[in-house]
Design a protein around this ligand. Sequence first.
Ligand code: PMT
Length: 393
Amino acid sequence: MSKIVLGVSGSISAYRACDLARDLMRAGHTVRVCLTDSAAKFVTPVLFETLTGNACLTDTFVEPTRGRMAHIDWAREADLILIAPATANTLNKIAQGIGDDMLTTLVLAAQVPLLIAPAMNPAMYTHPETQASIHKLQSQGAFFIEPTEGDVASGETGQGKLAPNADIIAITESVLSRRLTLNGKTILITSGPTQEPIDSVRFLTNRSSGKMGLAMARAAQLMGAKVILITGPTSLPDPANATTIHVRTAEQMLAAAQEQAPKANWIIGLAAVSDYRPANPSPTKIRRSEADLTLTLTPNPDIIATLAKENPTKRVIAFAAEPTQDTEFATEKMHRKGVSAIALNDISNSQIGFQSDENELTLILANGETHQSGRKSKLGCALWLLDQLSENP
Ligand code: PMT
């Protein structure tokens, strides 16, 4: 079992770190807790020392073992550092390489996976500096467990609540134990929406945010795979250490996927591809008039079906966005597209699927078996799906 340093910073949700420490210990891990000064105003070192049976670090100059530098020892001995909750202040300091307290100093000294679960006021979370820090740390390989939306302590509603402990534990386990399950594999992922031009400034598109595709890319990397992400337009950062190809239309996505497919072992079609495109897009902006305007649509190529047909030896997996949990339509889609498995995404539930931070999938295999993910963060769902696919070759 693993040695985990649990960093706790000064958020109202610091109290949840107590359960988190216990749950990690129940899972068999050794937990050492490092509190920032602000965290120690919400929860005490004594509490964590009693819960974990280990000394708790707070002050940089108060060493539990005389003559030893705890921030170096702990950084060397840990298998993983988990910061939950991570405040804007701690997160922004880590991104800037600042080490002005025990926790940030310890993080600077460590070379192990870093998992960060932010919790803060929604305005602080969406602040450009905080977002820039998150993107920077992601590009350096840190993993984030995104906060969920809901009521926060300040009385506002928005994204800022510490992710559920169950998700934090699941992702911690994945980072610790499943990193290399897909070692040596290259996974090609299509993601996001497509934009099909109507004229020079207007287009047809859909509500896909690309979050599920990005989560799949991160999950595949966590499990040791190389990732090629072909994405339609989104506002998300590119995953660190992956090949990311930006496209706009379905035809561009198909061309990019056909070019990259020879390098891939698995192909996962997550993109919400527009089934139709305007047949004759105008090269200039269409002027307003009082007359009706008729738009003729022509079918787009079916990207995943084309890839499955052209790559019969590769594992090709599709997603099915369906307004039902009934597997009948998704199963028919799997056979029609010639893919070896399909993940049914019930988009009638607004809490999951398009744009949300959580998802729930039913994996349908070619032999008719079905497996349910239960509701999880998108990263949790992606890890679950890749586990299922690995276990059912
Ligand atoms: O991006 P998010 O906001 O995180 O939302 C995630 C998601 C809901 C978009 C994602 O989980 C999902 O369900 N993706 C599939 C969306 C979709 O277009 O489903 P579909 O049932 O219409 O298509 C079935 C499969 O065929 C999909 O793998 C799709 O990528 C593929 N397809 C569809 C049409 C087409 N012309 N080419 C394709 O390759």
